[in-house]
Design a protein around this ligand. Structure first.
Ligand code: GDP
Length: 445
């Protein structure tokens, strides 16, 4: 799903790696690449324009986060904007306060409505509801039977006209189903309506009549995600002809390019509520814009890391550290300790490293990393005087002995710490001069 779009976007981000700062030209190039990626994914032009404009504006201004490097910042912005165009918050079903909740399905033939009806019924059943499926597609010869077969598969009863008794009126069937549900205490009624191969006035009228007759709590427009931008045009036709509250995207397991998913909400103003992704009855769930964005970006844990880094990264300290590193100040043992503590705040070392692309090779070493080491370092540093912390060069033999005693460690531990500090200082200087951690680009500042 959305594979080409994912690849395209991740290439775009790769081009930003290693950049210390984003120039106007970088931002323009990035926006252009994102634009092409979206157009290729068949996203509607107005949505593409709005999206790239938002990315540009945000990349230029407001939020120059100290916690993230430019590539990460762009990933973050694109992720947030994707969530936004996918609908923001997850939109959940509204249930009726009294009587059965009525959910009506509308859409073209072949969209996956009948399959979806059964999937939705199963999903509701698993949440403790007792749904009733209603066959109102009396046009397609096999539709009633197909719903019955699907109903049986998920163990949900189907309300349908008696075969051969001439009740060919879907509006009457829909009405009768509500009475049946009320009488037999079903709490959700799922009404499957007729579709046609293309948008047609009679189909629209029939759906409109059913809608008027049963006054649904939710009208769901079911659409095949594989048809790309055509989905948007169909949605607009249904919006005008019948009206709907939410969208269900089906066949997301196929090679859908993303156009339908990314355009429909912006163009119709209605949220995608469910995603159906497979032939199995359980291949169905609420549509979560944030998870979908994460999957499109295909950066899973990188996004989590960005979030965590932002949460714990103290801007002021970052600025101070950056200043020191660029030679305006000196990197002291206090800074070293602060850094260690910030790293710990991010979570266990091995977890952090596991999240960074390309860090797999250090997994073993990290698995053996002892977190208590940071406590020991802290104890030693805290046994030093401010003057010693600011200038470790003055740490002679007798000072080291005093510090070892004060912290309950050996002199060799103190020596080791000073060596590590000197190493770290060297490494920090390298990073500050643009070296970078593999996969992350240079440190901010
Ligand atoms: P309807 O005409 O709208 O009622 O559509 P159907 O429910 O009969 O589905 C049309 C075809 O699409 C059937 O062959 C289904 O098995 C298939 N289908 C429905 N939903 C999905 C899905 O999420 N993924 C895949 N791969 N196929 C689906």
């Amino acid at each position: 799903m959305f594979a080409t779009l994912s690849d395209r976007l991740s290439d775009t981000f790769k081009n930003l790696r290693g950049k210390g700062r984003l120039s106007e030209a970088d931002i323009d190039a990035t926006a252009r690449e994102i634009r092409i990626a979206l157009l290729e994914a068949d996203v509607a032009l107005p949505v593409v324009k709005e999206f790239t404009a938002a990315i540009k504006e945000r990349a230029r201004g407001e939020e120059v986060s100290q916690a993230l490097n430019p590539a990460q910042q762009i990933v973050k912005i694109v992720n947030e904007e994707l969530i936004e165009i996918l609908g923001g918050e997850t939109r959940r079903l509204r249930f009726a306060k009294t009587g059965p909740t009525v959910i009506m399905l509308a859409g073209l033939q072949g969209a996956g409505k009948t399959t979806l009806a059964a999937k939705l019924a199963l999903w509701l059943k698993e949440q403790g509801k007792s749904p009733l499926l209603v066959a109102c597609d009396l046009q397609r010869p096999n539709a009633v039977n197909q719903l019955q077969v699907n109903g049986e598969r998920v163990g949900v009863p189907v309300f349908a006209p008696e075969p051969g008794n001439g009740t060919g009126n879907p509006v009457a069937v829909a009405q009768a189903s509500i009475e049946e549900a009320t009488r037999k205490l079903y709490d959700v009624v799922i009404v499957d309506t007729a579709g046609r191969l293309g948008v047609d006035a009679e189909m629209m009228q029939q759906a409109k009549d059913i809608r008027a007759a049963v006054n649904p709590d939710e009208v769901l427009f079911v659409v095949d995600a594989m048809i790309g931008q055509d989905a948007v045009n169909t949605a607009l036709a249904f919006q005008e002809g019948v009206g709907f509250d939410g969208v269900v995207l089906t066949k997301l397991d196929g090679d859908a390019r993303g156009g339908a998913a990314l355009s429909i909400r912006s163009i119709t103003g209605k949220p995608v509520m469910f995603a159906s992704a497979g032939e199995k009855m359980t291949d169905f769930d609420l549509f979560h814009p944030d998870r979908m964005a994460g999957r499109i970006l295909d950066m899973g844990d990188m996004l989590t890391l960005i979030e965590q880094a932002e949460k714990v990264f103290d801007q002021e300290q970052a600025l101070k550290a950056a200043e020191k590193l660029s030679g305006k100040g000196d990197f002291t043992l206090d800074d070293f300790l602060t850094q260690m503590q910030q790293i710990r705040k991010l979570g266990s070392m091995s977890k952090i490293m596991g999240m960074l692309p390309g860090m797999g090779q250090f997994k073993d070493a990290l698995a053996n990393f002892d977190e208590r080491e940071i406590d020991r370092i802290q104890a030693i540093i805290q046994s030093m005087t401010p003057a010693e912390r600011a200038n470790p060069k003055i740490l002679d033999g007798s000072r080291r002995l005093r510090i070892a005693k004060g912290s309950g460690r050996q002199v060799s531990d103190v020596n080791q710490l000073v060596d590590r500090f000197n190493e770290a200082k060297k490494m920090m200087l390298q990073l500050a001069n643009g070296g970078g951690i593999p996969g992350m680009g240079p440190v901010p500042g």
